[in-house]
Design a protein around this ligand. Structure first.
Ligand SMILES: NC(=O)c1ccc[n+]([C@@H]2O[C@H](COP(=O)([O-])OP(=O)(O)OC[C@H]3O[C@@H](n4cnc5c(N)ncnc54)[C@H](OP(=O)(O)O)[C@@H]3O)[C@@H](O)[C@H]2O)c1
Length: 251
């Protein structure tokens, strides 16, 4: 799909992959709107890239979502909704039975899964009315194989993966022109992974691969180790599981 001249909303565009995407989409001739929960981070992003429109909005909050939708309608609407905002709750040493784990799981599902559905539903008619509308959703290498110390993060991303597959087929069945993309990043060097010592891809290279995939209408964009792991997992789920969990604590 063409990016030049398009208007893109990036949720969680104040840091990490989202901020890098804002930069590269602007460089590709798009108009970019970003969101986040923290006003200072939004102001900092706007100072960095003055062409951005920055709107405070939490993807889990229904009133915020409606307010965002109304503000964007006033601004002339969007062609692309990029669901990037995502969280991982702190590792819990497999405390699967404790309340903290349940709290973390609800938080992850609210941001990573239910927040996406909320925005997709709100913006769907707007996207359908565009000549070339699209939704970009961010899952993860962990939607292929779970991490034993991030069980509910992995589950939130695999739930999103199945939802995306269904949404894409549903829209194709309705002969809608809305394209549904899925981005599967490997481990990327951002705040989210600051305490990890894995091999990490730079946000810059990840977003370059995303943009290249979008331009080729490649609906499932597996990048770096995600691509490799996808094939290994098809041949041997056991080896793939071992690779993802090789630096993890023993159960
Ligand atoms: N980094 C990785 O290795 C990796 C790998 C695979 C997939 N991913 C996925 O890629 C996406 C981006 O990750 P990242 O590493 O760039 O994360 P990050 O550096 O932690 O940035 C997250 C962004 O999301 C915003 N955010 C968090 N919760 C939000 C909410 N409830 N509503 C609105 N905005 C919210 C944050 O801003 P505020 O705090 O101001 O709200 C920030 O702008 C996520 O979906 C993540 O799951 C990341």
């Amino acid at each position: 799909m063409e990016l030049k001249g398009k208007t893109i909303l990036i949720t969680g565009g104040t840091a990490g992959i989202g901020l890098e995407a804002a930069k590269q989409f602007l460089a590709n001739g798009a108009t970019v709107i970003i969101t986040g929960r923290n006003q200072e981070k939004l102001n900092a992003a706007k100072r960095m890239y003055p062409a951005l429109t920055a709107i405070k909005s939490d993807v889990t909050n229904k009133e915020d979502a409606w307010s965002l939708f109304n503000q964007i309608r006033e601004l002339g609407g969007i062609d692309i909704l990029y669901n990037n905002a995502g969280v991982v709750s702190p590792s819990l040493n497999l405390g699967l039975e404790n309340d903290k784990h349940l709290e973390g799981a609800m938080y992850e599902m609210n941001v990573n899964y239910l927040g996406v559905i909320q925005l997709n539903n709100l913006f769907m008619e707007m996207l359908k009315s565009r000549k070339e509308g699209a939704i970009i959703n961010t899952t993860s290498i962990l939607s292929l194989v779970p991490s034993v110390i991030e069980p509910t993060y992995s589950a939130s991303k695999v739930a999103l993966h199945f939802y995306i597959e269904s949404l894409r087929k549903h829209l194709q069945f309705l002969k809608s022109n809305v394209k549904v993309f899925e981005l599967l990043p490997p481990v990327v060097a951002t705040e989210m992974t600051a305490n990890r010592d894995n091999k990490k891809m730079s946000p810059e290279n990840l977003v370059k691969a995303l943009i290249s995939g979008l331009k080729k209408d490649k609906y499932i964009i597996r990048v770096g180790d995600s691509k490799l792991l996808y094939f290994i997992n098809r041949l041997s789920p056991k080896i793939a599981f071992g690779l993802v969990n090789q630096n993890r604590p023993k159960i």
